[in-house]
Design a protein around this ligand. Structure first.
Ligand code: ZN
Length: 424
């Protein structure tokens, strides 16, 4: 009889399995329960084959052929981070604008002088696909070193047919060369381009009649996302775009109520969006809608509030009311330039009053749910993908406590090691 060949990891001090209930999502009560197994062993190939304590392994060891043993030396093993909201394909650098803002120049003044998002749009339109891919690849490698194993990436800095397609081709290309699990989102409705500044309906038609059919035909994205806010897309325009997306098989997501209360969150829940993101100005009705939704995840992006010095989203209210809360970086060149999920967990605990455990569930299992991947990602359970981290600590609380450092010692994706920290 041929035994399955597996890799084993032993002497795991604490294995955070984050194992889920039937919905693959932690409920209000158990977001603080990481389903920890102490003195654990985990066996895997591309997916997880067995999990249990060292003592339990004695009884099953004859059923496996372990080709290699990794010694975790009592440290923590946990699922890789699922960063479910990023804008990692872009060109150019806006550090000058960031410095100006620190000097008191407003975002509006920068935008009026041709800066802001237009800087990145111009950068993308003139850059080659190769330049965009090179830039994204280095961010992805860095994200892997900080423990991200699945990342969603949005287009949205092109805002013309050709430039949006170039960004989506770049996502496809970087996904083919990076070990990161990548989910692609079409976000032609990120803003209105200069040439359609006074013709919003013309641009909505371009998105619906030309971009969405092309994206769908070439299988370039799983999701369609819209920036629904004051001065951006109205509820009606959002509904038009997301309905057209659905017609073409693109699943809905929304940037909702970031700058003002426009009741975007309620619409997200009504149409069954996979997530409503940002939520800095979510209304009480929006909180209620998220609490009742079995589909729509409340994705919070505290790095953006930090960078823009905005008030944080009401994470405590959302969690206490039973909403499914996820955390993501929002990695982008304008309002939050980080690919490090550990930093985001720190912001969530320090500035949004989340517990360390809640921040871990939000950045793994709930991130997976926001991408519709909760059956294969986000927790360590038999049959799920072997995407996990070995931390450089015996106590998971250090991720938040020992902030500003990289606590990831190893990153494994699909059963292969893609990052190993050089220890002193
Ligand atoms: Zn965003």
């Amino acid at each position: 009889m041929n035994l399955p060949n597996v890799i084993g990891i032993k002497n795991i001090g604490s294995l955070l399995t984050i194992s889920a209930n039937d919905n693959c999502v932690k409920t209000l009560q158990d977001m603080n329960n990481l389903s920890i197994i102490n003195d654990a062993i985990m066996l895997f190939d591309v997916s997880i084959q067995w999990i249990g304590t060292s003592a339990e392994f004695e009884n099953v060891s004859s059923q496996f052929s372990v080709t290699e043993w990794i010694d975790a030396k009592g440290k923590v093993v946990m699922p890789g981070f699922v960063d479910s909201h990023t804008h990692t394909v872009f060109a150019g650098n806006r550090s000058n604008e960031f410095a100006q803002r620190l000097q008191g120049v407003s975002y509006q003044q920068i935008a009026a002088s041709g800066g802001g998002i237009l800087t990145t749009v111009n950068g993308v339109r003139t850059a080659s696909q190769e330049q965009i891919v090179t830039n994204a690849y280095s961010l992805l490698q860095s994200a892997i070193s900080f423990g991200t194993t699945t990342m969603e990436i949005k287009s949205g800095y092109g805002l013309s047919f050709d430039a949006e397609m170039k960004l989506l081709y770049s996502i496809r290309e970087v996904a083919s060369i990076s070990p990161m699990n990548i989910v692609s989102t079409f976000m032609g409705a990120h803003d209105f381009p200069e040439e359609y500044k006074h013709n919003h309906s013309g641009y909505v038609s371009l998105v619906c009649e030309e971009m969405i059919p092309a994206v769908s035909e070439q299988h370039l994205a799983t999701f369609c996302d819209v920036f629904t806010d004051k001065g951006y897309y109205t509820l009606e325009e959002t509904e038009t775009i997301l309905s057209k997306g659905l017609e073409y098989g693109l699943l809905p997501k929304m940037h909702a109520d970031e700058l003002a209360t426009v009741h975007a969150t309620e619409l997200a829940c009504e149409i069954g969006a996979f997530s409503a993101d940002h939520l800095l100005h979510v209304s009480q009705k929006g909180v209620e809608a998220l609490s009742q939704s079995k589909r729509t995840v409340a994705t919070l992006l505290p790095g953006t509030a930090y960078t823009l010095r905005l008030p944080y989203a009401p994470a405590r209210t959302l969690i206490d009311n039973g909403a499914m809360v996820a955390l993501a970086t929002d990695c982008n060149p304008g309002s939050c330039f980080t690919e490090n999920m550990q930093t985001i967990l720190s912001f969530a605990c320090m500035n949004m009053k989340m517990s360390i455990e809640e921040s871990i569930v939000a950045s793994t299992l709930h991130g997976a749910k926001a991408l519709g991947l909760e059956r294969s990602k986000g927790s360590l359970e038999i049959g799920k993908d072997a995407d996990f981290l070995v931390l450089q600590t015996t106590n998971y609380a250090d991720i938040v406590y020992h902030f500003g450092t990289n606590l990831v010692e190893q990153t494994w994706i699909g059963g292969k090691k893609h990052f190993q920290k050089q220890l002193q």
